[in-house]
Design a protein around this ligand. Structure first.
Ligand code: ADP
Ligand code: MG
Length: 378
């Protein structure tokens, strides 16, 4: 592939915060950006040259992307995979491919693929109909029933102790396809962002250690506080998965680290990931620049960590009941802290409104300072 160079127009499906940070990276490099997102207040629109405010399957909008963009990518996995396949059929380089996105958006396809690639997952059962829950479920219990599609931030999940509870949970999910997955003894959770180019250059960012609160990512700590061997294995597994998928672009892979240091793959996201936001400030290349480079057929940028870093998510909860803007002064006064707000007009409980990165001499220092800053917020 001949590299696509500035000022080419790049297209992105989805205009949330990931699309916004992608647009900033692309425009910084001199590219132009077209965002397709039906929301008139899409956070990415403020940084886009063109905002196509249309549904993801809108034919006229897809024609505009095909006609005006040198390459197209996505910022969320629930985009219509057929829209991506259609764009590719028009001759536009689309990365990742619609096929990869289709795998990532269905937990049954995703976990089956990971297994077939020779990589470990938690024991799981594909539940397509109620009949799949009639056999012996003991290998998967106690477990979590997860809807195969459209789950995120812990939504579409039910913890179940018994077969009866699993069957009840399935009816609560209106019998949509699910996976029943065994509850694993987690030591910690980590993630790896890997980038693969069309020429099979594969790079990965340093491993992030992730802490969740209420099913939503709360804090990422980098470098992850796991043995070096565990981090190396996670990076190797993520790269192996990207190769097995014949993936082009940025891929996030989430892992469980079990009590005995074994790694299992939890899930993947076919795009930059919340746990990779530390790369905006602590690596030479951010995950968003890496996405631009991958889709344009450029060499990936360097990924080594320049400083230990802790990323803290800012959810709408910080705005409180009144929706009043928090006082950012203390945060902005700290010289080693970088604030990123996504420009969302409405703060809601659990909504991702922004994040901040704290860079310090060690991950422990960064964590301590991040916690001190957080205590100043509502
Ligand atoms: P989501 O798409 O909502 O991120 P995940 O499958 O990643 O869904 O689950 C969210 C969180 O729930 C995980 O990060 C982990 O903390 C916990 N969890 C999910 N599956 C398991 C499991 N099999 N064993 C233990 N904890 C789990
Ligand atoms: Mg997850």
């Amino acid at each position: 592939m001949k590299p696509i160079l500035p000022p080419a127009m790049l297209g992105i499906l989805g205009g949330g915060q990931l699309g916004r940070m992608f647009a900033v990276a692309a425009r910084t490099m001199g590219y132009r950006v077209t965002v397709l997102d039906p929301d008139p207040a899409a956070p990415a629109a403020a940084f886009a040259d063109v905002h196509l405010c249309r549904p993801y399957t809108d034919e006229a909008a897809l024609h505009t992307l095909a006609d005006s963009c040198a390459a197209v990518t996505t910022e969320f996995e629930n985009v219509n995979a057929d829209s991506m396949r259609w764009l590719a059929a028009q001759g536009v380089p689309v990365s990742p491919s619609g096929d990869c996105v289709a795998i990532a958006q269905d937990r049954i396809a995703e976990k089956t693929f990971v297994r077939q690639a020779g990589l470990a997952t938690a024991p799981f059962l594909a539940v397509r109909t109620a009949r799949d829950l009639e056999g012996d479920l003991s290998p998967y219990l106690p477990g979590i029933l997860k809807t195969a599609r459209l789950g995120y931030d812990g939504k579409g999940q039910a913890r179940v102790e018994t077969a009866e509870a699993a069957r009840y949970a399935l009816s609560e999910f209106k019998h949509q396809p699910c996976v029943l997955e065994k509850l694993m003894p987690l030591q910690t959770e980590i993630s790896v962002i890997v980038t693969r180019s069309a020429r099979n250059e594969v790079t990965s960012f340093p491993v992030a250690e992730n802490q969740h609160a209420g099913g939503i990512l709360d804090v990422s700590i980098v470098p992850a506080r796991v043995p070096a061997g565990v981090a190396e294995r996670a990076r190797a597994m993520a790269m192996q998965l990207a190769e097995a998928l014949d993936y082009v672009g940025v891929l996030a892979v989430e892992f469980f680290v079990l009590q005995d240091d074994t790694l299992v793959i939890n899930e993947m996201a076919p795009r930059p990931h919340n746990s990779g936001h530390y790369t905006l400030d602590a690596t030479l290349t951010s995950q968003f620049e890496q996405q631009v480079r991958a889709m344009c057929g450029l060499y990936p940028g360097r990924t080594e960590l320049l400083s230990p870093v802790v990323m803290v998510n800012l959810l709408g909860d910080v705005w409180g009941e009144t929706g009043e803007e928090p006082d950012w002064e203390i945060l902005l006064t700290a010289p080693n802290t970088k604030l990123h707000l996504y420009g969302k007009a409405q703060a809601r409980i659990g909504r991702k409104m922004g994040h901040f990165n704290v860079l310090a001499a060690s991950a422990e220092d960064a964590l301590e300072q991040a916690q001190a800053i957080r205590e100043t917020l509502p």
